[in-house]
Ligand binder design. Structure first.
Ligand code: CP3
Length: 346
């Protein structure tokens, strides 16, 4: 198998000889070359200028032998065309949180080509220059709704959780609109050349299984089903969601991204035959070399029971030394899963 197809093979359920590796938030503030561009442009300028978005996507690939690229955008990208104003400081800040049925009914559902034509252009530029598969992505409807209603990041998202309980019907209308926009936005990415799609449900873990079944699962399912005809691997991330894996197992996606809170060997039986992605604690990359090696090897060993894509359990921290990432990538690339399995069998 060539190195260029390794990520797609593992994502499609093959138990590959070595685990492909990419890093969540691999393009970003821990890289000096990203900060140099950031010093001259706002977040939206970077995201909406295809040449800059392409350049930033490729930056980590030049440094590290990563097995996949992820498009430089944000989960917020499809929201301004719906009629909401968002700035980054550095997290998303909404000019006006969406807190009423009227505000929800006023949201537009833009056409496929209106949402983000700059993303289609960026994807085409990246595909011309990129040696490894390109992952497109979007936010899951419930996670997008979390930010829209809260108005930005928060510790407990109290406004959002209150709204779900007080106005469930309006919440469903919002989730329905976000689902439709996400389907248009993500199918556009695949048609432009994205070779896999990851759906980020960063805040799914806030909810119990009943709420997840009501407010998350049917919408995520609709998005994954809309992507099915394209036959690209579909990846799903939910953070702090061990209690939801019984539901997540039933989603039509090929890969589940697992955070660091439970070992892959414990999670695997809960998710049927899906490929597991993860799950090194991002804080490990702040540790000395010996600790990084020990912890990465533990994750690799726990991943041996089936298809595995190595990644962090959540986004890389901005204090991370890029040399530590280089060390991690080398270690994962050298780890021969077949040999280790044979040695432990004999
Ligand atoms: O390299 C990549 O991973 C691609 C780009 C990417 C960004 N955001 C760019 C970005 C991806 C995949 C995202 C996803 C994203 N954005 C998620 C889901 C993943 C997760 O972490 O749970 C969420 C919840 C957001 C919302 C968001 N955008 C937050 C909370 C923040 C600020 C804090 C942070 O983590 O940096 C952003 C801003 C943002 N998005 C930056 C980048 C590179 C930092 C902007 C800056 O340079 O100041």
């Amino acid at each position: 198998m060539t190195d260029t197809s390794l990520f797609l093979a593992a994502a499609n359920g093959h138990n590959t000889e070595r685990a492909p590796i990419w890093i969540m938030r691999q393009a970003g503030r821990y890289l000096p070359e990203y900060r140099a561009i950031k010093a001259k442009h706002s977040f939206w300028e970077m995201a909406r200028t295809p040449e800059l978005a392409c350049e930033i996507t490729l930056q980590p690939l030049r440094r590290f032998g990563l097995d996949a690229a992820i498009l430089f955008q944000d989960i917020m990208t499809p929201l301004p065309p719906m009629g909401v104003k968002i700035e980054f400081a550095p997290g998303p800040v909404f000019a006006e949180p969406v807190r009423s049925a009227r505000a929800i009914d006023a949201l537009r559902v833009p056409g496929k080509d209106e949402i983000a034509p700059f993303v289609a252009e960026a994807i085409k530029l990246i595909r011309e220059a990129c040696p490894v598969p390109l992952i497109g992505f979007g936010g899951a409807p419930l996670t997008l709704a979390t930010y829209m209603i809260e108005g930005g990041s928060s510790k407990d998202f109290e406004a959002f959780r209150g709204f779900l309980r007080q106005e469930p019907e309006a919440a469903h209308r919002l989730l329905d609109k976000l689902t439709e926009v996400s389907i248009r936005y993500l199918t556009m990415q695949v048609e432009a050349g994205a070779q896999a799609i990851q759906l980020f449900d960063s805040w799914a873990g806030l909810h119990d299984a009943r709420s997840y079944r009501a407010f998350a699962k049917p919408y995520n399912r609709r998005i994954f089903e809309a992507l099915a005809p394209y036959r690209i691997p579909r990846l799903y991330l939910a953070v702090d969601a061990l209690h939801l894996y019984g539901e997540i197992k039933e989603l039509p996606c090929e890969v589940v991204s697992v955070d660091w809170r439970a070992p892959l060997s414990q999670v695997r039986p809960l998710l049927g035959g899906k490929t597991l992605q993860g799950n090194l604690d991002p804080a490990v990359l702040l540790a000395p070399k010996g600790v990084i090696a020990q912890e990465a090897e533990r994750v690799l060993r726990e991943g041996l029971g089936g298809p595995h894509i190595f990644n962090l359990g959540h986004g890389i921290m901005r204090q991370t030394d890029p040399d530590s990432v280089a060390q991690l990538v080398e270690l994962v690339r050298r780890y021969d899963r077949v040999k280790v399995r044979e040695a432990s069998a004999s």
